[in-house]
Design a protein around this ligand. Structure first.
Ligand code: 5GP
Ligand code: ZN
Length: 135
């Protein structure tokens, strides 16, 4: 048993406001929402990051994420889907989760507002990432 907040939500040890459940995943409201309806979707099996999940489990988990996105697109006209892997990417809870964030006109949320820059090494980056994806 992992000493993990989301595993404790799965066992019921920590209470949560669940909105959906199926055989492989659950969805519940984020306790500190960035917008009304901010929902988290987690797999029932503990994996720290997406990269550690077997593909078959990832695919069935994605079906649940898709289901929740479709539901929340009826709640508001736009949603952001975010998923952090690793501390450097802002992951605080080390159990895979997708954030489904309902958006409203003029809500002022600063999601995905990044600053782009020119990278003179694009060709080298392509080579490195391409070879990593062959492994
Ligand atoms: P991360 O930065 O890891 O992608 O996001 C973790 C999210 O989990 C945060 O948005 C945080 O508010 C939420 N969270 C942390 N602890 C709990 C909890 O005990 N219950 C619920 N419902 N959400 C939590
Ligand atoms: Zn866990």
């Amino acid at each position: 048993m992992h000493n993990c907040i989301f595993c404790k939500i799965l066992t019921g040890e920590i209470p949560t406001l669940k909105v959906y459940e199926d055989t492989h995943a659950i969805a519940f409201l984020d306790v500190n929402p960035v917008s009304k309806g901010h929902t988290l979707v987690i797999p029932k099996t503990h994996y720290e990051t997406l990269s550690l999940m077997p593909e078959t489990e990832f695919l069935s988990y994605m079906a649940t994420v898709h289901k929740v996105v479709k539901g929340l697109m009826k709640y508001t006209d736009g949603v952001n889907v975010l998923q952090n892997n690793g501390k450097d990417a802002g992951q605080l809870v080390p159990h895979v989760h997708f954030h489904i964030i309902p958006r409203r006109p003029g809500d002022g949320l600063k999601i995905g507002e990044w600053h782009v820059h020119h990278d003179p090494d694009l060709d080298k980056v392509q080579m490195v990432i391409k070879s990593l994806l062959k492994e």
